[in-house]
Design a protein around this ligand. Sequence first.
Ligand code: AMP
Length: 287
Amino acid sequence: MAQIIRDPKDWQRRCRTAREAGRRIALVPTMGYLHEGHLSLMREARARAGAGGLALATIFVNPTQFGPREDLSRYPRDLPGDLAKCESAGVDMVLAPEPGDVYHPLHESWVEVTGVSQGLCGGSRPGHFRGVATVVAKLLNLSAPHVALFGEKDFQQLQVLRAMARDLDFDVEIAGMPIVREADGLALSSRNAYITSSERGAALSLSRALFEARDRAARGERAAPPLIAGARRALEAAGVRVDYVEVVDPETLRPVAEVAPGSRMLVAGFVGATRLIDNVALIPGSP
Ligand code: AMP
């Protein structure tokens, strides 16, 4: 059975002992309400830790990455179900702490990644990536992993964390994993639990618009503006209140005018009250 640990300091002692004993440690940070996307990361963590290693997951709805008008208090939770899923994915140990045990009452230290945090979700969710980078820095310090795994679903988050590890000399590999989708294309997300059946078509339009842009790029459309305009039109027609549609360089996340190999289209929009994000790699084809 996957062992559940509540106290971060207890967790840190166990992780340090394991690392000193030469065991390989792979970490998957999550906010819980687990789905196949999370489990794909955990199975990869199990594989990367190897037989004698430790596959770790954390379940923590991190308050510092939510804005004042966001969904912190109603974020979906199911700890018993999550533990069973962690177990099924081969996780050895799960940290599920209370916010008061993660953040000292006098907490006053923050990790701020600049360039790549700005724009996109960073533009519409001020302070979000500061909260993410800070909690992940803490989880890396608590867990001492050799590798930490994150989904490309949150593509900007992945690049922010890569920049943080690079710039602050974290001795860890930040591994990105492909987006897991429903059969119809909808990217799995804990927030899909908010989507009603009448909103499903609008939610689906995100992946549809991205796939359409990917296909147009593959057929030879290299200019970003018409790809962006087409995706925006499709989202609006489906009833999505668009936050952004952009084509960006995959490392800097700066907008590009022309699609190049690895360029990424990222979208965010509101379906009813629910904010959804998705993205896809664009591969330019010849016309
Ligand atoms: P969250 O619980 O939303 O903070 O997500 C925890 C980790 O799971 C993050 O690294 C996410 O990028 C990743 N993740 C969430 N949804 C998916 C998905 N559909 N496919 C792959 N990874 C995902």
